[in-house]
Design a binder for this molecule. Sequence first.
Ligand code: CUA
Length: 153
Amino acid sequence: KLEKIWLTFGISCLVIFLAVIGVSAFYLGNKPPSCLTTINPEKVDETKPFDKPGLHKVEGKDWDYELVYVAAAFSYSPAKVEVPLGAKVKVIATTKDVVHGFEMAGTNVNMMLEPGYVSEYTTTFDKAGEYLIVCNEYCGAGHHLMSSMIEVV
Ligand code: CUA
């Protein structure tokens, strides 16, 4: 008798949990927080702004430049970029293949790049020097080779 009650209770809890997750995921549209846009990973090169990786000056926005990166095993495009001192830069990045990291040493930029999604972060380069970008998500045999450089002058 008691077993039956507990069994019913257990199953009811499971059903309620699943219902809550289902409603939250599909009805309320909850997704991981870094996902801004969904893009086709196979068409990254044809999708703006990823058709032109690199630094671009922008007008009429809260930031001065947009810095576009495409990651692919095992490198970033562009591999090196020069940024003027004091520039407020919006970093926009994605990956062509698997999940990669995007950590910009010495700044507050540390993102995860996921296939099909765009990761963005805005930062200001107040100090001259070199900023190394590394991959901090294990992505395969060449993981430790993945890097890019920003030179602030
Ligand atoms: Cu890319 Cu690790």
